[in-house]
Design a protein around this ligand. Structure first.
Ligand code: NAD
Length: 483
């Protein structure tokens, strides 16, 4: 295994524009959330440098769109192979800058890498339609074309997968991109750009802008009429702001926004499976996933037993730096995240919830919060409406199926919903009745590159992955020819 110092020395720290690594006049620090210490200083782009990245993407667009799909496919496939070779390095880098346990970072290399393989396969399967019109007087041709230069903005919680989930379909479709990774976790994206270079990606097809001047740099790119699409993953509030800004140039937009997933456990559920699913859906990524179960809605007849069993698992979780063996709970991304978990737990307790275990920040270096279980969480507690983004498992009881569905649907988000039941008919009713883009039916982890990921309501617009993913980067064109 490579040492932390040797790995950090290999990660580029400049801006990647037009296939060149450029130093910026200013830098900012990227820190390790488990120690609070600086890992490395990287380029802090100005507005002009952001615009230069768009210039490069625009300049490369025509040639990339005209590159044979098989060539684009091969580059993505080579990138997938390189990702497997560099798996340990990517995993360690994510753990260093984001804090998640190494085993989970490894899982993200697998998941994130799969988008490269999946879209290398999709690149050669973009098809159209051809046929007579109903009147028999004309031929109708429907064809697909790359939308053009795209701006991709990613969050800090899955530093690799959120980047590959956007970059791979964009490249497969024939689009060039400017990527702005989260300033908290930019290193993985920078190291991925180097991998793409090594895979033979032509200059200017992918450009990376790291910056702390997020608003102004992003606004200038969005304001530029040469940009054709924005794909954003992040919080709903920022997403709403960016949708408004995208209106000016009527940009195509894909929005992967916040979640507030219900996790329903019916009285007929396999309780062992529900507990396993709950632990995975809640504590993966230290609770910092848009798919994290936020509200455990458990039938009153099994609520106590469910709480007892999850608490048993939670109290045995090892807390520590993600690089240490057996750690399941690493740090939260920063102290603000710790304060938020604390605030939501205190508020729930003040509203009448019972704290079973945890409930406090952990003193010392880094941003750690105890894995927490609460029961009897009332519907007027803030934790019911807000995305927790921390290791807090909040349980509320229900009595009827209608009540469970009303509780599950009673929020503005609709990314994913989980339901555990052995009753097949009830399972199908849940698919129909739960207002969400995705359902985990007796499953606590569902993400897959081959599946369409995305939400309804204020959780977003569009889908990433699956057969749908590449269409976010394609425009449909209809041509009429007299018969
Ligand atoms: P965030 O909205 O704070 O930031 C996301 C990205 O947007 C970052 O790169 C950030 O620098 C950038 N940004 C912030 N303000 C901006 C502005 N004014 N203009 C342009 N860019 C701006 O979100 P976060 O804290 O990084 O990520 C956590 C959020 O992301 C959670 O709400 C989570 O649910 C959501 N998320 C959603 C999905 C999904 O697929 N639906 C996946 C992962 C995370």
């Amino acid at each position: 295994m490579i040492s932390e110092r040797d790995l950090l020395a290999k990660v580029p720290t400049g801006l990647f524009i037009g296939g060149e690594w450029k130093d910026a006049a200013e830098t900012f620090a990227v820190t390790d959330p488990s120690t609070g210490k600086t890992l490395v200083e990287i380029a802090n782009a100005t507005v002009d440098e952001g615009t230069a990245a768009l210039d490069a993407a625009v300049a490369a667009q025509e040639e990339w769109a005209a590159t044979p799909p098989r060539t684009r496919s091969n580059i993505l496939r080579d990138a997938f192979d390189l990702m497997q070779e560099r798996r340990d390095e990517f995993a360690l880098l994510m753990t260093l800058e984001m804090g998640k346990p190494l085993a989970e970072s490894n899982g993200e290399v697998t998941y994130g890498g799969e988008f490269l393989r999946w879209f290398s396969e999709e690149a050669v399967r973009v098809a159209g339609r051809y046929g007579l019109n109903p009147e028999g007087t004309g031929r109708m041709i429907v064809s697909q074309h790359p939308v053009g230069p795209c701006f991709l903005i990613t969050p800090w919680n899955f530093p690799l997968a959120m980047a590959t989930r956007k970059i791979a379909p964009a490249l497969a479709a024939g689009c060039t991109v400017v990527v702005k990774p989260a300033s908290l976790t930019p290193l993985t994206t920078l190291y991925f750009a180097k991998l793409l270079e090594d895979a033979g990606l032509p200059k200017g097809v992918v450009n990376i802008v790291t910056t702390k001047r997020t608003g102004p740099v992003s606004d200038a790119i969005l304001d530029d009429p040469r940009l054709r699409k924005l794909s954003f993953t992040g919080s709903t509030g920022v997403g709403q702001d960016l949708i408004a800004k995208s209106a000016k140039n009527v940009l195509r937009t894909s929005m992967e926004l916040g979640g507030n997933a219900p996790f329903i456990v019916f009285d007929d559920a396999d309780l062992d499976a529900a507990v396993d699913g709950a632990i995975a859906a809640k504590f993966r990524n230290i609770g910092q996933a848009c798919t994290a179960a936020n509200r455990f809605i458990v039938h009153e007849s099994v609520a106590d037993e469910f709480a007892r069993r999850v608490t048993e698992r939670v109290t045995s979780m090892r807390i520590g730096r993600g690089t240490d063996d057996g750690v399941m709970i690493g740090p939260l991304i920063d102290d603000r995240a710790v304060d938020k978990a604390n605030r939501l737990v205190q508020d729930a307790v003040e509203h009448g919830a019972s704290l079973v275990t945890g409930g406090s920040a952990i003193e010392g270096d880094g941003s750690f919060y105890e894995p927490t279980v609460m029961t009897g969480v009332p519907s007027d507690a803030e934790i019911v409406r807000e995305e927790i983004f921390g290791p807090v498992l909040a349980i509320a009881p229900f009595s009827t199926e209608d009540e469970a569905v009303a509780m599950a649907n009673g929020v503005e988000y609709g990314l994913i919903a989980y339901a555990f039941t052995k009753d097949l008919a009830r399972g199908h009713r849940m698919i129909e009745r739960l207002e969400s883009g995705m359902v985990g039916l007796n499953a606590g982890v569902i993400s897959n590159a081959a599946a369409p990921f995305g939400g309804v309501k204020q959780s977003g617009l569009g889908r990433e992955g699956g057969l749908e993913g590449i269409h976010e980067y394609l425009n449909t064109k209809y041509t009429m020819m007299p018969a």
